[in-house]
Design a protein around this ligand. Structure first.
Ligand SMILES: Cc1cc2nc3c(=O)[nH]c(=O)nc-3n(C[C@H](O)[C@H](O)[C@H](O)COP(=O)(O)OP(=O)(O)OC[C@H]3O[C@@H](n4cnc5c(N)ncnc54)[C@H](O)[C@@H]3O)c2cc1C
Length: 441
């Protein structure tokens, strides 16, 4: 008989994992605490739209969803920086044609659920909130909508229940389980720039817009309906200071003068939408024998500034599937390999994401940083086989995040050396660059 697997959390990671496992013939029960989002118009939580890039697309490709999701996505080829005096400057993300893609979280989650529902060996359960897991016996307990409880026995459990996972909570109280959560001093609030006439875009459609202001920033991602979802990232104490409509209007007029004229519902949205916090969660181990494994945000919640949380969670799915392919029904080996392959990379993307906050909020307007970025772009164009930027490695490749993190540090040393030597022109000379490539080893 096929292994019976309980997946707790029907968000992005859990639903995709259920499809991969069903394709291998396992018997899957997927439990989600919220109602079925295919029937109820509920938000998928957190951000309305997400940047989907190479790693996530690769995971979707394996279940045949990549093209369909891309057809509804808006490619963003670069950052459009809005200065305080409403000047615009554009920084491409990668080489020509390389883009990150703005997708609707709700639509993506819904499509995954629809696809999962097509498999006879997947049973979807909604309004079932996991309240306990007995890891040794592989029994999960759920609270149903009417307050009653039900227990489910299976061969193993996958915890994909997000950043505040109940499954992880259970492991947390077991011996030698390491856990840390750290909140950024910055919170976020979603706002809106609606579409113009006949669904037109009021700003450049194919860009991720950023209003960097040092201690805080706003970003905006385009939606197919012509509107932009803006996210204001700001220290909580500044949020607290904005108490009235007048406060908000004055603040936006001063900081985001070009945006405010496109935000007719600003004050309404500002006071209606929650101010949410941003957490990095690190823990270890992610597994217990062959009984339970944590995946996605349940194992490694990261702040959203590299646009990689979902992409990384989808990559977990590929790696878990590869381990099953390699080890067959030897689940201990599968779980151990999955954990040892993913943990260093999850730590790396957590660091990269925090680093990128400071880059986006502060440095994208800084002259030295922009000069360095310019040289970096030139090197990428001149020596594509030898030089890859950290952004390219993270976003447009599937090389391990840890490699991207380490290579970024080396790239920075090389770029600073070029600037210190005043060698910006000399980089075109392969003989000069030959003296520097050793810095990247
Ligand atoms: C503001 C913001 C912007 C982001 N932008 C990006 C981006 O641009 N690109 C990107 O790649 N990532 C982004 N992310 C990260 C991304 O949202 C997460 O990494 C991704 O959602 C992780 O998927 P998951 O399935 O592990 O968790 P989730 O999507 O959180 O899914 C967990 C699921 O488990 C369910 N659940 C929770 N508790 C229980 C329980 N006790 N019982 C049963 N079910 C339960 C939840 O209802 C949910 O459906 C962003 C995050 C935030 C906060």
């Amino acid at each position: 008989m096929a292994d019976k697997i309980t997946i707790i959390g029907g968000g992005l990671c859990g639903t995709l994992m259920s499809i991969y496992l069903a394709k291998r013939g396992f018997d899957i029960n997927l439990f989600e605490r919220r109602p079925d989002m295919r029937k109820n118009k509920i938000s998928a939580g957190k951000s309305i739209n997400l940047a989907l890039s190479t790693r996530g697309l690769r995971a979707l490709e394996k279940v045949g969803l990549d093209k369909e999701i891309l057809a509804d996505a808006i490619p963003m080829y670069g950052r459009m920086i809005h200065s305080k005096i409403s000047e615009l400057s554009y920084q491409p993300y990668g080489k020509e044609g390389q883009a990150i893609n703005s997708v609707s979280r709700g639509r993506l989650n819904t499509r995954l659920l629809e696809l999962a529902d097509e498999f006879e060996n997947i049973t979807l359960h909604f309004n079932t909130r996991c309240i306990d897991v007995d890891v040794e016996k592989s029994i999960s307990t759920f609270e149903l909508e009417d307050g009653s409880h039900k227990t489910v026995q299976s061969d193993r459990i996958l915890g994909t229940d997000g950043a505040f996972a109940a499954t992880r909570g259970k492991l947390q109280i077991s011996d030698r389980f390491n856990y840390s959560q750290s909140y950024l001093h910055v919170g976020y609030k979603e706002l809106e720039i609606p579409a113009g006439e006949a669904g037109s875009f009021l700003m450049e459609k194919n860009a991720l817009h950023i209003w960097p202001r040092g201690a805080f920033m706003m970003i905006a991602l385009p939606n197919p309906s012509g509107d932009f979802t803006c996210t204001l990232f700001m220290p909580f104490d500044i949020f607290d200071r904005l108490k009235t409509n007048e406060d908000v209007e004055a603040f936006f007029k001063q900081e985001y003068p070009d945006a405010v004229s496109m935000m007719p519902t600003l004050t309404h949205d500002f006071f209606k939408n929650p101010t949410s916090s941003l957490v990095t969660v690190r823990c270890f181990p992610w597994i217990k024998t062959d009984k339970i494994a944590l995946m996605g945000d349940a194992a490694h919640a990261v702040v959203p500034f590299y646009g990689q949380g979902m992409n990384c969670s989808f990559e977990d799915v590929i790696v878990m599937d590869d381990c099953i392919e390699k080890n067959g029904l030897n689940w201990i080996k599968t779980f151990e390999e999955y954990q040892s392959l993913r943990k260093p990379n999850a730590d790396a993307i957590a660091d990269l994401a925090i680093q990128n906050y400071y880059e986006m909020a502060d440095k994208v307007g800084d002259k030295h940083f922009l000069h360095k970025k310019h040289i970096e772009h030139e090197l990428c164009d001149l020596y594509p086989d030898k030089f890859k930027s950290q952004y390219e490695l993270t976003t447009f490749s599937t090389t391990p995040y840890k490699y991207a993190l380490d290579q970024g540090i080396k790239n920075n040393i090389l770029l600073e050396r070029i600037i210190a030597e005043g060698a910006e022109e000399k980089i075109k000379d392969p003989a000069y660059m030959e003296t520097l490539w050793g810095l990247l080893d």
